[in-house]
Ligand binder design. Structure first.
Ligand code: ADP
Length: 372
């Protein structure tokens, strides 16, 4: 008998008689291929997060640097220097912060830029710190100016500067803090003030993962979730995961659910392919919205250049979502280039959509304007 999962987003329930047709309508991109964290990700991610450097796949250069610096800091019996990780969502910034805390044998306090709105929020957080603790601030580019200024002495001199009283009676005092490690994460490094960025000992960019690394992550996730999956199916899932572990994890859950729905004990290549077709994920990991974005640039703006605001308006999305979620992977695939005058579709994008690039126009556009 087929096992029908009841609580999985976008997966047909027991009453669906034609799952493929229905799924395509029900599943929104935000549920399947967005690298942003959804509520179902949150539920499963804690069990999937790597706990130590050995379990953390890929990001070889960053991992190696962290490995050496952690070992050196442990020898000196000092906390690790402050670290800033930047890169698109879902690439493992939070996971790596967690791994660092574990490797240092430290407690990790988790917060985020938008939640540290009032001075007392950040003072309260700093006040809880003990020697060696890791303070993780996600979306650190969204800290307001007051919070940021309170943070400067905390990370530079391990102290909080407080003022009390008003007018002539104003007194300022400096309270010492134990030495700790701040780990900041951001998808928008350019929005960080120079003053804040300069205070990090390490500023490290996380990269998209290659097929081999994603295959390892898919295999690991499948084994944690007790999903029996054939190597050929692992590769299919990995190749459509947009270079992003969070999406790889989500696709594993989707193929598992599809396979259970169909009553298969093992996920084979055919099942994985059919499951992903159901969710309209193509061979390159592009979904209908990605393809629509390429079509907008090619058809409505003659291949570009076109500003991100205009693309966002055509897609009915906000410009931030286009820039943070859709565009990085399309750039990584070589389908779009960023130029000072806007986004340009590349020859590969025309080929992907089965269209012909206007003669001469494309190479002229791409050769005259460097990528920014
Ligand atoms: P970010 O903070 O960059 O948005 P996360 O650290 O939350 O990304 O990663 C999302 C999920 O992807 C994690 O829960 C974890 O399961 C998986 N993941 C991320 N990076 C790795 C990695 N290098 N190795 C194994 N799994 C990873």
């Amino acid at each position: 008998m087929a096992i029908v999962p009841s609580s999985v987003e976008g997966v047909p329930g027991p009453d669906d008689s034609a799952p493929e047709a229905i799924q395509a309508k029900k599943v929104r991109r935000a549920d399947v291929l967005s690298a942003r964290e959804s509520s179902s990700d949150r539920k499963s991610e804690s069990s999937l997060r790597p706990q130590n450097l050995a379990e953390y796949v890929g990001q070889t250069r960053t991992r190696h640097m962290m490995e050496m610096s952690i070992a050196a800091a442990k020898t000196r019996k000092e906390p690790l220097d402050h670290v800033l990780f930047y890169g698109p969502p879902g690439l493992g910034k939070t996971s790596l912060a967690n791994v660092i805390a574990n490797e240092m044998g430290a407690r990790m306090h988790i917060s985020s830029g938008p939640s540290l709105e009032r001075p007392r929020d950040i003072i309260g957080l700093l006040h809880q710190l003990e020697f060696g603790d890791v303070l993780f601030i996600d979306e650190i580019h969204r800290l307001n100016r007051i919070a940021e200024e309170l943070l400067y002495p905390a990370i530079e001199d391990f102290a909080i500067d407080l003022t009390a009283g008003k007018g002539h009676a104003t007194r300022s005092m400096r309270l010492p803090l134990p030495k700790f490690t701040l780990i900041g994460a951001t998808t928008k490094a350019a929005m960080l003030s120079n003053a804040l960025r300069d205070r990090f000992g390490f500023v490290l960019r996380l990269e998209f993962y290659n097929l081999e690394e994603l295959s390892q992550i898919v295999g690991r996730t499948a084994s944690i979730l007790n999903v029996v999956i054939e190597p050929a199916a692992v590769e299919i899932v990995a190749s459509r995961a947009r270079g992003t572990p969070r999406i790889a994890n989500r696709l594993v859950r989707l193929v598992r659910d599809y396979s259970q729905y169909k009553g298969h004990a093992t996920v084979d290549a055919e099942t994985a392919k059919r499951a992903l077709e159901t969710y309209q994920v193509d061979k390159n990991g592009l979904d209908p919205t990605d393809r629509r974005m390429l079509s907008v640039i090619i058809d409505a703006y003659a291949g570009g250049p076109v500003g991100v605001e205009a693309i966002a308006a055509s897609l009915g999305e906000d410009a931030d979502t286009v820039e943070d979620v859709y565009e990085p992977y399309l750039i990584q695939c070589g389908f779009i280039q960023r130029t000072p005058r806007g986004r340009v579709a590349t020859a590969a994008a025309y080929v992907h959509l089965g269209k012909t690039a206007p003669a001469g126009q494309l190479s002229l556009k791409l050769n005259t304007e460097p990528e920014i």
